[in-house]
Design a protein around this ligand. Structure first.
Ligand code: HEM
Length: 588
């Protein structure tokens, strides 16, 4: 064990407050992200970004890639061999009248090589969180409400004002890589912090709780929220039917449908709060705005992040996107009225107040989306000394899932890609070879001798948990406690958000089958009978209007009376009654 005891912060749960997260002031959609200049060595050095922001941090250029090669006015093969003209093809030609026929030659090295490269350009998209945008920035220790180093000896947290470079990626969950980013969905925000003791990855979600607590339900959850296997269409019936059968997800679902441990060790739940904070009545998109925006600018959130960063680089009056990093310190888990490892529940703020200990600022757009963002691989198993793994059942399976999908999606050496490469000392020469190995430890020994570990570090991770027990076959049960927090959250919404919540649910439920609608109303009834009545009424009105529309318009499904009526008729998405907001860009 280390000489100084480690008080690990657990990678327990990482809620993100909300997106969009910064004020909607900037209208300019014009400028492309500015390529940053690749800089020198791996040592801490002062850095100036456009003369506006000075940082002192470990490894200031982590994740950057070399500048693009400059054209000399001619092209080459990938091996550097100069080409007369890259658009020429070598072929056997035959002219018959006006018809020029050709047989392409395999000896045309340039065409064969570029075509065979372009046909391999696509890599598998992320299984979930496929649509995303990334940026670089810093984490800074503020210790505003408590001194974080009292709880951990992670070096990047050991001094007020200490900065750590990071890469951030915002995402939606269910949609594919090209899907609109203003759709109703869980939102993800992942960080890779390039600390002096290795890379630490954080993965946050908004809402701040999750839809399941049993890892075995994950494949069903994802299937039901993506596309129908037969029609390849999003399907409200499949969606609501899944949640009606696993209603522990309603607590998170109610947030999505709104417009918005005591051991010696302290467990910590972390969230990010936008700075300045969100105004719930004015900053969120309602259903009509979000649907219109999804058509007018499906990449609106992506563009907005780039815009905010570039406009702050140009003019100090504009603020870089900034979040406060807050923690709930769980010194005594027995104080909690809910299972603290149930990801479908929040921890009451009155018992565990949120306290600020850091700040995140995003300052730099990517130089190349594919290399730095699409190939970014976040993994909750990437921890540093002082940051331990908690016994959260979802986290435990995620320790396997992320690395597994990344070995499939990016290959076994994805840790050598620019965004994923640690800046700190890495020495692990038994991890050798594999596809696309860039470094491979040259002639270093590829086995470990008994006398090799001469200089053990003084700061390393050793699990704080002491396990012994019997193997259990477990699946959680749903009871009335699963509905208690749902109504508390509804009551905390503003009147406008409450009203929109009812509309949002009715709009989504109205294309589901009647039996599914009834079951959902039954669950809302257990949450609160008045709320259930409001949803029932809104649903009835919506179905009646849609029925009239369905008589006149093709493609409108009004909500099937009988299950078989829906069959594989595609439900209308978006709902035909959703209004178009013509002045959407003026509104911002
Ligand atoms: C059983 C539960 C879960 C499983 C099996 C799971 C699995 C996955 C997988 C396979 C990916 C794609 C990774 C990649 O291709 O690089 C992913 C992405 C992500 N997950 Fe989870 N996840 C679970 C729960 C959670 C929870 C509870 C959170 C947050 C509290 C979370 C946050 C994220 C985020 C933010 C990303 C996007 C990372 C990126 O931007 O590349 N996930 N998850």
């Amino acid at each position: 064990m280390p000489e100084n005891p480690v008080y690990p912060i657990s990678t327990y749960f990482f809620p993100l407050n909300q997106l969009p997260s910064v004020p909607m002031e900037h209208k300019a959609l014009s400028e492309r992200p500015k390529p940053a200049t690749g800089q020198g060595d791996d040592h801490p050095a002062p850095m100036v970004i456009d003369g506006l922001l000075t940082l002192t941090e470990f490894c200031h250029d982590a994740g950057r890639i070399p500048d693009a090669p400059v054209s000399k006015g001619y092209f080459t093969m990938s091996n550097g061999c100069p080409l007369e003209d890259p658009l020429l093809t070598e072929r056997i030609d035959k002219l018959e009248g006006k018809n020029r026929m050709a047989s392409q030659l395999i000896q045309d090295l340039n065409v064969v090589d570029t075509i065979s490269h372009v046909t391999r350009e696509r890599i598998p998209e992320r299984y979930v969180h496929a649509k995303g945008v990334g940026a670089f920035g810093t984490f800074e220790v503020t210790n505003k409400d408590f001194t974080v180093s009292d709880y951990t000896d992670a070096k990047f947290l050991n001094a007020t004002g200490k900065k750590t470079r990071l890469f951030a990626r915002f995402s939606t969950v269910a949609g594919e890589r090209g899907y609109p980013d203003t759709v109703r969905d869980t939102k993800g925000l992942a960080f890779k912090l390039y600390t002096e003791e290795g890379n630490l990855d954080w993965a946050f979600l908004n809402p701040e709780i999750f839809l399941i607590r049993d890892p075995a339900k994950f494949p069903s959850l994802v299937h039901a929220t993506k596309r129908d296997p037969a029609s390849n269409l999003p399907d409200a019936n499949m969606f609501w039917d899944y949640f009606n059968n696993h209603p522990e997800g309603y607590n998170a679902l109610m947030r999505i449908f709104s417009d918005e441990g005591v051991w010696k060790h302290t467990l910590v739940r972390i969230k990010l709060v936008p700075d300045p904070p969100i105004d719930p009545d004015n900053d969120y998109f309602d259903l009509c705005c979000a649907t219109t925006m999804a058509g007018k600018d499906p990449d609106w959130l992506t563009r907005r992040l780039y815009d905010e960063i570039t406009s702050a680089q140009k003019d100090p009056k504009n603020k870089y996107p900034t979040w406060k990093v807050m923690a709930q310190l769980v010194k005594d888990p027995s104080m909690s009225p809910v299972n603290i490892f149930d990801a479908t529940k929040i921890l009451p703020e009155a018992l565990f107040p949120w306290k600020e200990f850091g700040k995140i600022t995003l300052t730099e757009c990517p130089q190349n989306f594919f290399t730095q963002v699409e190939q970014a691989a976040f993994n909750p198993a990437n921890v540093v000394p002082g940051w331990d793994i908690s016994p959260d059942p979802l986290l435990q399976i995620r320790l396997f899932a992320y690395g597994d999908t990344q070995r499939y999606r990016l290959g076994v050496n994805n840790d050598q890609l620019p965004t994923n490469r640690p800046c700190s000392y890495v020495y692990s020469p038994t991890r050798r070879d594999g596809a696309y190995n860039m470094t491979n430890y040259a002639n270093a020994r590829n086995y470990i001798r008994s006398d090799d570990n001469k200089n053990p570090p003084d700061n390393y991770n050793a699990s704080f948990l002491d396990w012994s027990g019997k193997l259990e076959r477990f699946k959680s049960a749903v009871d009335s406690t699963d509905y208690q927090q749902c109504y508390d959250h509804y009551k905390s919404m503003t009147a406008k958000l409450q009203k929109n919540f009812v509309t949002n649910v009715a709009t989504s439920l109205c294309t589901a089958q009647m039996t599914t609608q009834d079951k959902s109303i039954g669950i809302f009834n257990q949450i609160n009978s008045d709320l259930a009545d409001q949803i029932k009424k809104a649903l009835k009105e919506r179905i009646a209007c849609n029925k009239k529309l369905a008589q006149k318009s093709l493609g409108v499904v009004a909500g099937a009376e009988q299950p078989h009526e829906l069959s594989y008729v595609p439900p209308t998405a978006p709902d035909p009654l959703t209004g178009v907001v013509y002045d959407i860009f003026d509104k911002m």
